[in-house]
Design a protein around this ligand. Structure first.
Ligand SMILES: [Zn+2]
Length: 406
């Protein structure tokens, strides 16, 4: 059962309201500025803004002195970020991260739980329990929430809200949207976790002003998303933008996707860890072995970065070899999509020395042009559920021109 809105509006009006909300969601604007930006008459803007004010989703804010005429005040229109809330969920690795966000995409409260050894039904039950707990603790009623956005690894059927195959979590189809809608009677959107995070990157960082973005998440594997004209580009079979699965080493290793020598098999953290494990001895890796107390099972990305910076020679060699492949993958992606920016979301490239090394590697392949200016390390700082928060606020509030149930 879906709640229905009592508001009945034409598509044009909804689209105009959506454009006004998009104008004020970053920072307050005057009616005059909005009218100029949207190419609508001041009278039309006044009418639409007044409706939104009456509804409560925007309001007049801080009167600022108009510099031209002394004594005249300029009224700004700002988003009422607490008009409604959304719930974000991120299912990735061995954890689920659940949070409540406002319409400014701020995660107000969040919680992480282990999902190791749990069945899909148990995971969903736990998500339901934790959402109820977060709402209760933050004194938010279910009726104040617009819906739930779920980001999950692997293949997703966004239309039906189904996780098709979440690598490493479950290998069966799980109708997440149906299961959560039964519990909460509100819309549930399901999206690949990297795609949801890419939307957050677009909305929450300085990339707000751009419309084409390639987003690469270097975790254990290589996740990626492509945004074209402000929308996630999915392709005909929802498989577009899989940069980690471009074939790059024809004599290479078998990839989990079925192809051979994918970028992920030569340039991911998982493959770097496997490479080190293959010839690891305490003598060959003196610094790294000390960092993990000679226990190879403790090997992880953070320790590899530490050993790299401390100059453990074999770690440096293997990481540099990985960066060569990664630079090729990045150059190919830029050539293919021609984005305003390619953003790297990773622990590794938060480290300036490694980031610089990657850019130097990329520069080696260029003759005249400079691709480095197109590449950036993400500065998105928020719990991972922010992907679901942005996804649901965007689709259930902004794109609908705030046409929501009263
Ligand atoms: Zn592959």
């Amino acid at each position: 059962m879906k709640r229905r809105s009592g508001i009945n509006m034409s598509d044009v009006k909804i689209s105009n309201r959506a454009m006004i909300l998009n104008q004020v969601k970053g920072s307050p604007k005057s009616r005059k500025d909005i009218a100029e930006k949207l190419n609508l008459t001041p009278a039309a803007i006044t009418m639409l803004v007044n409706e939104l004010i009456e509804q409560g989703c925007v309001r007049e804010s801080g009167h600022v002195d108009e510099p031209v005429r002394v004594g005249r005040k300029k009224v700004f229109i700002e988003l009422n970020k607490d008009y409604r809330y959304v719930i974000g969920v991120n299912i990735e690795g061995k954890h689920v991260n659940i949070g409540i966000g406002n319409l400014q995409y701020e995660v107000m409260a969040s919680i992480s739980e282990s999902i190791s050894g749990l069945s899909p039904e148990q995971v969903v039950k736990m998500i339901v329990r934790q959402i109820n707990r977060l709402l209760h603790e933050n004194h938010i009623e279910l009726s104040q929430c617009l819906g739930i956005g779920v980001g999950i690894v692997g293949k997703v059927d966004t239309k039906k809200g189904i996780s098709k195959h979440a690598y490493g979590i479950w290998d069966v189809e799980v109708p997440i949207a149906d299961m959560l809608e039964k519990a909460f009677d509100m819309p549930v959107l399901v999206e690949n976790n990297v795609r949801a995070l890419a939307l957050a990157e677009m909305e929450l960082t300085m990339h707000r002003k751009i419309s084409n973005l390639v987003f690469m998440k270097l975790g254990p594997g290589i996740g990626s998303a492509v945004i074209i004209d402000n929308e996630i580009y999915t392709g005909a079979h929802s498989d577009a933008g899989e940069i980690g699965h471009m074939m790059i080493d024809l004599d290479g290793r078998q990839c989990q996707c079925g192809l051979v020598g994918c970028l992920e098999t030569v340039a991911s953290i998982t493959c770097l860890i496997e490479d080190i494990k293959q010839d690891f001895t305490n003598e060959a890796y003196p610094i790294l072995s000390k960092l993990m107390n000679e226990d190879i099972d403790l090997l992880n990305e953070g320790l590899i970065i530490e050993a790299y910076l401390a100059g453990d020679q074999k770690v440096v060699d293997k990481t540099d070899a990985m960066l060569v492949y990664l630079s090729v993958g990045i150059i190919n992606s830029i050539k293919f999509y021609d984005p305003h920016k390619l953003v790297l979301y990773s622990e590794m490239f938060n480290e300036p020395i490694l980031y610089k090394k990657l850019l130097t590697e990329i520069a080696k392949h260029q003759i005249e042009e400079s691709l480095e200016s197109l590449i950036e390390s993400s500065n998105l700082i928020a719990p991972k559920c922010v992907g679901g928060v942005v996804l649901s606020a965007k689709k259930l509030f902004f794109s609908k021109g705030a046409m929501v149930a009263e």
